[in-house]
Design a protein. Structure first.
Length: 225
């Protein structure tokens, strides 16, 4: 079932199996003022929530926000054939089987620019992540730039995330930090996020931060950048 976080914000949640690891994974759904929906990072199991999503409105756009979050694109495109597809820079070459409307960049598409800001996180070419900020709910959406797995019942996942420096806290993992080829560029992107003053942070992997998002973001990157 979809979980409602705010008046116009829902999330679909599942467990992603990567080898012997088990990660929580989340896909946000935003309803715009005109009633249209944005579906971010659709889950491979998106068909499970398809009827619930349709009940909220018409899916106008499906967004794959980085080079890793694309596994649910094909089923989502099939389930919502009228939606436009937007992907991270370079994803068109990685997924030639998917027909994209356009690539994400620093400027929000007119479809959502009245309500949602975005910033491309430059300096991490292996990730090419774009983060989004939903102004009405003061919610920041991040994907693999930050994790927030506060707990896990799965021992291999706990051990891996501890080694990865991202268990029990919010922030970038060691793997994410190793992808930062231009830290000045990453810092500039984070400063844009801080300027938005987010209250809530919805991560793709881990617990949602409901309050104090800006402070959590600043603390997470002070040591890194």
């Amino acid at each position: 079932m979809l979980r409602r976080l705010d008046q116009s914000l829902w999330v679909a949640e599942d467990t992603l199996k990567v080898g012997f690891l088990r990660f929580p994974v989340r896909s946000p759904v935003v309803r715009l003022e005109d009633g249209g929906l944005l579906l971010f990072s659709p889950l491979p199991s998106v068909e499970r929530e398809a009827d619930e999503i349709r009940a909220l409105g018409e899916v106008r756009a499906i967004v794959a926000p980085n080079l890793l979050h694309h596994l649910g694109l094909s089923p989502a495109a099939r389930l919502f054939p009228g939606a436009r597809l937007y992907g991270a820079r370079g994803l068109r070459e990685k997924r030639p089987d998917v027909t994209f409307t356009g690539a994400l960049d620093g400027a929000p598409d007119p479809l959502w620019s009245a309500e949602i800001d975005q910033v491309a996180v430059f300096g991490m070419p292996k990730l090419e992540e774009t983060v989004f900020f939903h102004r009405p709910s003061r919610t920041l959406f991040v994907w693999d730039l930050c994790f927030h797995i506060a707990r896990s019942e799965h021992l291999p996942t706990r051990l891996f995330m501890r080694l990865n420096g991202a268990y029990g806290r919010f922030g970038p993992s060691r793997i994410a930090r190793s992808m930062m080829r231009d830290r000045a560029a990453v810092r500039a992107s984070v400063e844009r996020m801080l300027a938005w003053g987010p209250e809530r942070i919805v991560v793709a992997h881990g617990d949602v931060i409901e309050r104090g998002g800006r402070d959590a973001l600043q603390a997470a990157f002070e040591r890194v950048l």
